[in-house]
Write a protein that binds this ligand. Sequence first.
Ligand SMILES: [Mn+2]
Length: 341
Amino acid sequence: MAYFKNLTDKIPQLLSLLDKDERWLILVNADPDALASALALKRIMVRRVMDVGIGNVNEIMRPDNLAMVRLLRIPLQKVTSNLIVQYDRFALVDSQPHHHPMFQEIKFSLVIDHHPVSQDHPVSAEFQDIRPGYGANSTILTEYLYNLKIRPGKLLATALVYGIKTDTQSFERPFADTDIKAFKYLTKFYNSSLLQKIIRSELHKDWLKYFCQAFKKVKFLGNGLGVCLGNVESPDILVILADFFLQIHNISWDMVGGVYDNKLIVIFRGDGLRRDIGKLAAKMFANYGPAGGHKAMARAEILLENLNNMHPQQFMWHRFYCVRSKKSIKRKESSLACCKE
Ligand SMILES: [Mn+2]
């Protein structure tokens, strides 16, 4: 039996679409899984069409994504109307046309994705392969490479490994058996030092100042802690700090807030053992904006105009003490004063 699913129907259909006289552009909303998928599709197309490029619709900011693009030499171009007119055909990977306004303006000939299909937005591409059961789109592309007998080179294999690793959160999120198979298969060809280098590129040098601020402002709350920064360049630094503080011995949960894009964003992290951090996030902020998550990870985003004229830091702590004193009221049946909702 073949190691991967047999794509006997799909392969001829895909190949019949590729023409030596046509230029293809593969579009992505760039994240590691999308970038790896695009690189794999480019590898499949490269000698079968006149030219193939990769275009990203979003700005790439995360340091690990930037490291991936640089170290794995992914030739990316920002999508503009000028770029679009240089190509004849368009492919989309790890997304569907309705996922981004810029995709909606393009007629795609090929879509390969693993997100759920929407009845309201059926995909109309000539060639489509959408498999929502898969943890990563990189897995689908690995199956194509295998079926086409293309052995992935070091850079492509490393990209696909990282795509699977990030989309499945190292197999902590739902995944299919074939995601594991693809991962195992690709590790024969990848470069572990390159992968480690990408994984470790979590921080921009400029972000170190947020650590200083956080160390000065952190408040310990029993077995948890909280900190609220001012404006931050990216909400990713809040995630990094929240993950960082959870490494402290005897700290079982934390919350890290900051202001970005006219919103107070609070990232919650917990050890997932006793306290349900998703519930805490919802109790604190659900009346003010999207807030919630699961036992170990949660997030809240509140527009600054909804902070009841309070400073973001003041608002975060105010909501925390409201929730906490309510809990203690329940426990002690005392009549401690609490804020009005
Ligand atoms: Mn994906």
